[in-house]
Ligand binder design. Structure first.
Ligand SMILES: Nc1nc2c(ncn2[C@@H]2O[C@H](COP(=O)(O)OP(=O)(O)O)[C@@H](O)[C@H]2O)c(=O)[nH]1
Ligand SMILES: [Mg+2]
Ligand SMILES: [Zn+2]
Length: 350
């Protein structure tokens, strides 16, 4: 396998040579889930683990490999490589942490362009696009906007107008997977050797678009690994190589941007939840729940999961209560009830 097809180049090669260790070879991280990584390198794809736990504990979470990272690895055998170093990144996208005291959570590395995706149906959301645009801008990554499911939208014009007004300088593509609309334009954004990341909530059609652009079902390539100890969760592929084109990172779990990152433990649950069979899994009785499986295998504290679910419910409730519309509605309701008078400064109880 040619690593150039995976986006490798002089920038990373120089960093590798700088390590002065001829036993190390470069590879790219295609999946990262806790301590299990999957890498693509000169000797093919294989699982990889970090050289040592102490090392990563002392270096801090920002130095943990994320999908898209180039790493210097030592191949052990067919089934394992050891990650010695994370090579310097050309870019790093991080999820904004919601708590002020917590660090940003890295999502994807070495991305050349972000494709911000929203669909032309009830999931259409300009605020969400703005959140993704902020995420890309902070990382100095240029972005384009993809409006998906054009075939399901009777009139694209008002949507296009609203997006163009919110992002006057951005390139905006209207696409439809079943009709093939916009696919050549999307392909042009992913030339060989380049890496794009898809940022969009679950259900907007990212996977479908990816398959349509590739002209075949890439999602079948999903990596499922088990090792003898049963310690590893099922991992989901995140970096895809488009035949004849470049690379696409499909980052799972972006639905909760802004809510995650309350703590590393809670963020870990979010990551695990991305592997649940159902995307609105409450980690209760649903089949194929990756979170519950982690609890059963003693990799995750049950109380922490309960705490996380409670936080999530609270955040959802809080969001509804504090949205501008809700506030106005609340005020109007009060006025109506009180016959037009203003709310009292103090409420006295009899
Ligand atoms: N009508 C229409 N439906 C689409 C299109 N793209 C995706 N979908 C549907 O939207 C749903 C979610 O698609 P998926 O690719 O899994 O979204 P993802 O979660 O963003 O990866 C599926 O039922 C798709 O069949 C499209 O271009 N047109
Ligand atoms: Mg998907
Ligand atoms: Zn679950």
């Amino acid at each position: 396998m040619n690593l150039l097809d995976w986006g490798y180049g002089p920038f990373f090669h120089e960093a590798l040579l700088g390590l002065s260790n001829p036993t190390l070879e470069p590879a790219r991280v295609v999946t990262a889930a806790h301590e299990l990584f999957r890498i693509a390198g000169p000797s093919g794809e294989r699982p990889a683990e970090l050289l040592g736990r102490l090392r990563y504990a002392s270096e801090g979470p920002l130095d943990l490999p994320v999908p898209g990272d180039f790493v210097a690895v030592q191949p052990v055998d067919e089934s394992l490589s050891l990650i010695h170093h994370v090579l310097p990144r050309r870019s790093l996208l991080s999820r904004r942490a919601s708590g002020r005291a917590t660090a940003a959570q890295p999502l994807a590395a070495n991305v050349d362009r972000a494709l911000l995706v929203t669909s032309l149906d009830t999931d259409f959301s300009i605020p969400r696009l703005q959140r993704y645009a902020a995420l890309a801008s902070v990382a100095d990554v240029p972005f384009s906007i993809l409006l998906t499911k054009a075939d399901a939208c009777p009139d694209v014009t008002p949507f296009l107008g609203a997006v163009a007004q919110a992002f006057p300088a951005a390139e905006i593509l209207v696409v439809s997977a079943p009709e093939g609309r916009g696919l050549p334009e999307v392909r042009a954004l992913v030339p060989p050797g380049r890496t794009v990341v898809l940022l969009g909530s679950s259900g907007v059609g990212k996977s479908t678009l990816l398959n349509a652009v590739a002209g075949r079902d890439l999602m079948d390539v999903r990596a499922v690994r088990e090792d003898g100890t049963g310690r590893h969760a099922t991992t989901r592929r995140e970096l895809f190589r488009l035949p004849g084109l470049g690379l696409v990172l499909d980052v799972p779990g972006l639905r909760e941007v802004g809510l995650t990152g309350a703590s590393p433990e809670l963020a870990a649950i979010e990551e695990l939840a991305a592997h649940c069979r159902f995307r609105d899994c409450t980690h209760g009785v649903e089949p194929g729940c990756a979170v519950r499986r982690a609890v059963e295998e003693n990799r995750l504290d049950a109380a922490l999961v309960e705490h996380h679910e409670r936080l999530k419910r609270e955040a959802e409730w809080f969001q509804t209560r504090t949205s501008a519309t809700a506030a106005v509605a609340e005020k109007l309701r009060y006025r109506r009830l009180m016959g037009g008078s203003r709310p009292p400064k103090k409420i006295r109880f009899a």
